[in-house]
Write a protein that binds this ligand. Structure first.
Ligand code: IDP
Length: 161
């Protein structure tokens, strides 16, 4: 059956968001979570972890030939990361817009990268860039038992029922 924040197939769209080590060090976790909460998205998974090289090599598989790949691995393993799964209508695309361009110099003010960082190699946050990648990344970062299905009591404020 179709639910308030599901697509025509009755599937709730989800995305993987991660506060990178610089975001954690800079005490930005709360402000970043707040932007997704206040927009109306629903948090369904959250954990802090020290990311392994194995996980990262799968996560950034498409970048493995890039010159910056070794420094990217070093950056991403330099401290803990906060990984989250957020749910809601168009959450993948909307999250990319909340996060802003990969290069913070191109990210408009009001976006997370546009407000909180300067350089592409310290851009504080990850967000999945397509529905297919989101599904793969969520499966890579989270066990299904770590994801909580729950109903928001005020969904009528965010969706027409
Ligand atoms: P995204 O994080 O906006 O999806 P991707 O192109 O998938 O962007 O790159 C993944 C991450 O790799 C970026 O967020 C950034 O941390 C890093 N990165 C991408 N391009 C560069 C670069 O040219 N120099 C240094 N780091 C880069």
């Amino acid at each position: 059956y179709a639910r308030y924040n599901s697509n025509s197939a009755g599937i709730r769209e989800r995305t993987l968001i991660a506060v990178k080590p610089d975001g954690v060090q800079r005490r930005l976790i709360g402000q970043i979570i707040q932007r997704f909460e206040i927009r109306g998205f629903q948090l369904v998974g959250l954990k802090m972890l020290q990311v392994s090289d194995e996980l990262l090599s799968q996560h950034y598989m498409s970048l493995c030939k890039k010159s910056f790949y070794p420094s990217l691995l070093h950056y991403m393993t330099s401290g803990p990361v906060v990984a989250m799964v957020w749910e809601g209508n168009n959450v993948v695309r909307s999250s990319r817009m909340l996060v802003g361009n990969t290069n913070p110099a191109e990210a408009p003010p009001g976006t997370i990268r546009g407000d909180f960082c300067i350089h592409i190699s310290r851009n504080v946050i990850h967000a999945s860039d397509s529905i297919e990648m989101a599904q793969k990344e969520i499966a890579l970062w989270f066990q299904s038992s770590e994801l909580i299905e729950w109903e928001c009591c005020d969904h009528g404020n965010f969706y027409q029922l």
